[in-house]
Design a protein around this ligand. Structure first.
Ligand code: FAD
Length: 432
C-alpha cells in the first residue's frame, strides 16, 4: 500500500524534509508541495481524492495504513510548516503555509498526535526552554512520542485549580503522588503534561507547577475507562512516587497555572475546530455526508428533514469560516483570545445536533440492527457511535457552562463568579 520513497525529484529535500522556507516564492512552494504529493502520497489515495473527496479516501485508507505511512509526512516538515526546522517544521511564513494547506487539503492528511501538537506544544512555545523545545517538539511532529494531558482529577475538573496531586522536590528531581482521571490516550502515550501542587500553603492558583512526565516508569499506573460505546479512549492514571527531573519542569515553580493556560487555550481551539491539529469534529461526520445519505434515501423528500439539514449545514459553514479566521489570526502571530471559548461553546452544541440528525435519518435502524460483529462496540452503526461520542463534546476541553462563564467574564466584562476562598491558602479550602 505505502509509497514510502525517500528519493526526491521535486523539492531538493534533505532527509525527507522539503526545501522550503520563508523566502520561497509562493508559486515555487505550490510546485514543490505538488511534486511531494505526486511522489509520496500513495496513488490509491490520490485517485480516491479526485473521485470522491474525504469519504472516498476513507474507503481506500485504513487508520493502520495511515499510521504506517505517516513517517513520510512527519519527515517532510509539512505537518507543522511554520515551526522552525529545529522544531520539526520548515520555518515558512503565513503565505507559504496557506499555499501548503490548499495543496494538501484534498488529500485529507490529518495530523496525528493532536494532544502533542495542540496541548503540549503551545506550553513549550510560550514557556519552555530552548532545550525543551528542541528535545520534545520534533518527535511530536513526527508522531514518534505520543502525548496526553494529566490535568483533571476526581475532585478537580471545572475547578481545575483546586487539584490535589502533589509534587515534592528531591534534589534534582520531583516526586509526584496523586490521581488523574479522564486522561485521553494515556494508555497509548509516552509523555504527559502534568499539573501538580508544589506549595499547599499559598492560594490555589499560585501553588501549582507544570511538568512533562515520562509515563514509562514504575510510579505510573494507567487504568483504562470504557466509553458508553465500549471503546477505550480515556483512563485513570495513578501516580505513586513517579519521578520527574527538574529539567522537565516548564516555567517557574508555582507558575504552572499561567503555563496551563497556554495548554487550555490550545485545547479549546482544538475542540472547536480552530486549532492546527486537524481535529474539526470529535464524533461522527459532517453535514456533507448527511446530505448525501438523505439523498440516497426517501428522507430527502421530507421538507422538514431538508430544513433541518440546511440549518446545520449553514451553521457548519459559518463555524468553518470562523475557525479559518481564528487560524489565520494565530498564524499571523496574534495571541489566542476568548474566541476559543465562543467556538468551543458553539461547536460542542452544533456537533451534537448534527450527530442526532444523522441518527434520526437511520429511522428504526438506529434502535435495532443486525450485525456479524463479535462485540457490541463493533456492531454499533457508524451514526449511533458518532452520536454517542458527541455527547462528550459539551464536557471535554471544559464544559459549556464553564466556557460560558469565561465568555461572560472576559468578553462581556460581567462580574467574576464570587469565590469566598479566593485569598485562602489551598490547604484551608474545603474539598469534597
Ligand atoms: C471525552 C473526554 C475526554 C477528556 N480528556 C481529558 C484529558 O485528556 N485530560 C484531562 O485532564 N481531562 C480530560 N477530560 C476531563 C474534562 O476536562 C472534565 O470532564 C471537564 O473539565 C469537567 O470536569 P468534571 O468532569 O470534573 O465535571 P465537574 O467540574 O464536576 O462539573 C459537573 C457539572 O457542574 C457544572 N459546573 C461546574 N462548575 C461550574 C460553574 N462554576 N458554573 C456553572 N456550572 C458549573 C459543569 O458544567 C458540569 O455540568 C476529558 C473529558 C471527556 C468527557
Amino acid at each position: 500500500m505505502t509509497d514510502d520513497r525517500t528519493d526526491d525529484s521535486t523539492g531538493g529535500a534533505t532527509d525527507g524534509r522539503l526545501a522550503l522556507d520563508a523566502d520561497t516564492p509562493i508559486d515555487d512552494a505550490v510546485r514543490i508541495v505538488e511534486g511531494w504529493v505526486a511522489d509520496h502520497v500513495p496513488g490509491a489515495w490520490r485517485d480516491a481524492a479526485e473521485r470522491g473527496g474525504a469519504a472516498a479516501i476513507r474507503d481506500v485508507r485504513t487508520r493502520d495504513d495511515y499510521e504506517r505511512w505517516y513517517p513520510v509526512f512527519g519527515r517532510s516538515g509539512l505537518v507543522a510548516p511554520m515551526w522552525t526546522v529545529a522544531y520539526g517544521g520548515l520555518g515558512v511564513a503565513g503565505p507559504q503555509a496557506r499555499a501548503i494547506d490548499s495543496v494538501l487539503a484534498p488529500f485529507n492528511l490529518g495530523r496525528l498526535n493532536p494532544l502533542g501538537l495542540n496541548l503540549a506544544a503551545p506550553a513549550l512555545f510560550a514557556h519552555g526552554t530552548e532545550d525543551q523545545r528542541r528535545r520534545y517538539l520534533p518527535p511530536i511532529v513526527r508522531n514518534e512520542e505520543i502525548w496526553c494531558q494529566l490535568f483533571s482529577e476526581p475532585g478537580a475538573g471545572s475547578d481545575l485549580a483546586s487539584l490535589a496531586t502533589r509534587a515534592e522536590r528531591d534534589g534534582d528531581e520531583w516526586i509526584v503522588t496523586g490521581q488523574k482521571v479522564w486522561t485521553t490516550w494515556a494508555h497509548l502515550a509516552d509523555f504527559g503534561v502534568l499539573l501538580a501542587r508544589t506549595d499547599p500553603g499559598v492560594t490555589k492558583r499560585k501553588g501549582i507547577t507544570y511538568f512533562l512526565v515520562d509515563l514509562h516508569q514504575a510510579g505510573v499506573e494507567v487504568r483504562p475507562l470504557p466509553h458508553i460505546t465500549g471503546e477505550i479512549d480515556f483512563n485513570e492514571v495513578y501516580l505513586d512516587g513517579a519521578r520527574v527531573p527538574d529539567g522537565q519542569r516548564v516555567g517557574e515553580v508555582g507558575d504552572g497555572w499561567r503555563v496551563a493556560n497556554a495548554t487550555l487555550s490550545g485545547e479549546r481551539q482544538m475542540v472547536s475546530g480552530s486549532g492546527s491539529g486537524g481535529v474539526d469534529r470529535i464524533g461522527g461526520s459532517g453535514t456533507e455526508r448527511l446530505i448525501r445519505r438523505a439523498r440516497e434515501t426517501a428522507r430527502w423528500d421530507d421538507p422538514v428533514v431538508r430544513q433541518e439539514l440546511m440549518r446545520v449545514h449553514s451553521e457548519e459553514r459559518i463555524r468553518g469560516w470562523t475557525n479559518q479566521r481564528v487560524r489565520a489570526g494565530l498564524k499571523a502571530g496574534r495571541p489566542p483570545g476568548p474566541e476559543g471559548s465562543i467556538g468551543k461553546v458553539h461547536q460542542g452544541d452544533l456537533n451534537q445536533r448534527i450527530q442526532l440528525l444523522a441518527t434520526d435519518l437511520l429511522g428504526p435502524a438506529a434502535t435495532a440492527w443486525e450485525s456479524d460483529a463479535t462485540t457490541y462496540t463493533d456492531s454499533l452503526p457508524y451514526e449511533v457511535k458518532g452520536m454517542l461520542r458527541s455527547r462528550a463534546n459539551t464536557i471535554e476541553g471544559g464544559t459549556t457552562e464553564v466556557n460560558k462563564n469565561i465568555v461572560a467574564e472576559r468578553v462581556l466584562g460581567l462580574p467574576r463568579e464570587p469565590d469566598p476562598w479566593h485569598d485562602a491558602p489551598w490547604r484551608d479550602v474545603p474539598r469534597g
